[in-house]
Every structure is written in structure tokens, then in C-alpha cells.
Design a protein around this ligand. Structure first.
Ligand code: CDT
Length: 338
């Protein structure tokens, strides 16, 4: 057994562009405290967790857009951890010994001075008190120019972000497993390099709908996929009643997650921002999925809510070693085999 208690930190709505950051931080810290009381070691927050879903708004001036981004640079790639907007949360996570995966807008100042804006997620190790992995969203939905039809729900991620440039890089997380059976009890049963430390990857929202992210991670032996999202529940420009649209949006959310987890034999944790913000309504459905594709925990509300489960990473082995998930090229079995 390789047991680990994990959770999705669903956030209720952060209604407007001027909702104070301090209130959102307080809510996130309360979720950390709730998680600590449940013995959670890894907590996943939504995409763009610190603010409203600002790509749903038309923001004219770049200086106003910049308010929704955190600075980062080659000298300080995880600057959010000690910025005034982020520090209280990361300090709390370190104090409670909870690792965090969280999404935010990243304003990257490259070595050549060029500024690029990304929709980013980082993995923060509480033990190491630092960021140990970063992912930048690759599939940016929506439009560059606003939809000019009256009353529509906007989706302007192509306007505000560049396509992520870090690929799908899986990483190991040390010191996470409870009382681990480590060196032998690994994914393949043969890999001793990582001493059984979990193999993790991150996706952001729309990425989860496309096979290549999941599969790139799957071929690296991923055991845990972490994903935060802001998914429109319904919009006036789309056909069907609000109720029907929301039902479909939730269905496709779960379909993607359950399929991705099953076909790559990994657990996945999905944390959403839910409920009504000023640009439109967002689905809930924060959940944890097992390597057989079953949802083992799911949110019940559209508010701040902790969705948690104790999982056994050893359950990933069956699918990774069995013929069901093996990829065969001219008889070469990439994933292991019988
Ligand atoms: N944030 C984000 O990527 N949202 C998209 C909306 C698409 S509308 C169904 C998503 O894939 O959830």
C-alpha cells in the first residue's frame, strides 16, 4: 500500500473584478485548516484561484489586466510564494505540512526583458517550502476579440494569455506518502530511482478535454493528475435551457476526467471555482477519480468545499502493468506487461 490523503479545494464564486484579494485568501486558508483536520497531505486549488475568472470580462487597459497577474522571472520563478498576494496561503500550507497545487495568472519577465502572460499552475512542497514544479496552460479556449453580440458570456483566454511553453513534464514529489512502503512498491515494481515517490502532473481546465496531455503524462508513468478549472455552466449564446447546458457541461467534465484517469491508470484530482460570478455561472463537480475511472469523492455544493479521500497509489499498478493499458509497437510493450 502507498496511502495518501488528498483533496480538491473547491472555491465558491469570487464575483467581480474588484472583489478584495484578502477575502479570497482567508477562504483559502480556512480550506487549508479544514484539510489539516482531515489529515490531507496534498490540496489542489482551482485555475486562477486568487481572483474572479477575469477572462470572462472585457478589460480594456493593460495596466488593469496586470492587476490579475503575479510577477515571475528566471531569478524568481515562484515569486508568488513570497508575494503579498500569495505568502499568507503558502505560509499556512508550510505550517500545516500540506502540499499545494494552485493556479494563477503569471506575468513572466524573460531574460531578454520580454513580458509574457501565462495561465499557470505550480506545485508547492510544504516540506521544502518552495515551488518544485510549474505548468503553463496549453489549450486556451475562447476568443481574442470579444463577442460583440449583446448579453453574451465572454471567454477571452486567447486575449489574455500566451500558449504554455513548458510541455507536459511529470515530476516526482518526495516525502508525501504516509509511512511509505517505498523502495520496492513502485509503479512498475522495478523502478527504484524515485524510491516510490509519487509521479505527478498538472493540467489546467480545458487541457483535460484533450488526450495528448493525459497521454504524455501517462507515458511518463503518472500516478496523480492535478487539475484546476473554471468551466462555464451555461451561456445565453448557446442552445438549450440553462439546466440542460449545465447538465451537459458537468457530463463532459466528468467524461474527460474519468476517461483520462482510466486510460492512463492514474488518480486525478479536479478542483473547480463554482457558482455565479459577474461574467457568468460556473459548474461545480470538484472530484477525485480513481485509476479505474470511478469518481470516489465529489462536491455537493457550489460553495467553498473540501472534497477529500484517502487513496492507495498502489492501485495504479494493475492498469499500468496489465495488457489493458499497454501500448504495443511491434511487440514492444511500453508500459510494462504481464
Ligand atoms: N477555463 C477554461 O478553460 N474553460 C473552458 C471552457 C470551455 S466552455 C465548455 C473549459 O474547457 O472548461
Amino acid at each position: 500500500q502507498r496511502l495518501l490523503t488528498v483533496a480538491a479545494a473547491q472555491l465558491g464564486p469570487t464575483p467581480s473584478l474588484d472583489t478584495p484579494r484578502s477575502g479570497v485568501l482567508d477562504r483559502m486558508i480556512r480550506l487549508c485548516e479544514d484539510a489539516a483536520s482531515k489529515n490531507v497531505r496534498l490540496l489542489v486549488f482551482p485555475e486562477l484561484a486568487f481572483t474572479t475568472f477575469f477572462p470572462g470580462f472585457i478589460i480594456e487597459k493593460q495596466e488593469d489586466v496586470d492587476n490579475f497577474f503575479e510577477a515571475a522571472s528566471p531569478e524568481d520563478p515562484y515569486a508568488i510564494i513570497h508575494s503579498s498576494n500569495g505568502k499568507p496561503l503558502f505560509d499556512k500550507a508550510a505550517e500545516l505540512r500540506i502540499d499545494i497545487s494552485i493556479g494563477y495568472g503569471e506575468r513572466w519577465a524573460g531574460e531578454d526583458g520580454k513580458i509574457t502572460y501565462y495561465n499557470t499552475a505550480i506545485y508547492y512542497s510544504a516540506k521544502q517550502r518552495k515551488g518544485i514544479a510549474k505548468y503553463r496552460k496549453i489549450h486556451l479556449p475562447g476568443r481574442y476579440e470579444p463577442d460583440t453580440r449583446p448579453g453574451v458570456t465572454q471567454q477571452l483566454e486567447k486575449r489574455y494569455f500566451a500558449v504554455g511553453n513548458l510541455g507536459f513534464e511529470a515530476f516526482r514529489v518526495p516525502d508525501l506518502i504516509h509511512g511509505a512502503l517505498k523502495s520496492k512498491d513502485t509503479v512498475s515494481g522495478e523502478d527504484t530511482q524515485g524510491k516510490g515517490d509519487p509521479i505527478v502532473g498538472m493540467l489546467i481546465c480545458n487541457d483535460r478535454r484533450w488526450a495528448e496531455g493525459w497521454r504524455s503524462y501517462g507515458l511518463q508513468g503518472i500516478e496523480l493528475l492535478l487539475e484546476g478549472y473554471n468551466t462555464t455552466a451555461f451561456a445565453p449564446q448557446y442552445p438549450g435551457s440553462d439546466e440542460w447546458q449545465e447538465h451537459e457541461a458537468l457530463f463532459h467534465h466528468h467524461l474527460s476526467n474519468q476517461s483520462g484517469s482510466y486510460t492512463n491508470a492514474c488518480f486525478s484530482i479536479h478542483a473547480g471555482k463554482a457558482g455565479k460570478e459577474d461574467h457568468g455561472s460556473l459548474i461545480a463537480g470538484s472530484s477525485i477519480v480513481d485509476p479505474n475511472g470511478h469518481i470516489i469523492a465529489e462536491s455537493k455544493t457550489k460553495n467553498d468545499e473540501l472534497v477529500y479521500a484517502t487513496i492507495d497509489l498502489a492501485e495504479c499498478r494493475k492498469g499500468k502493468r496489465g495488457s489493458l493499458h499497454s501500448t504495443s509497437i511491434d511487440g514492444l510493450n511500453i508500459m510494462g506487461g504481464w
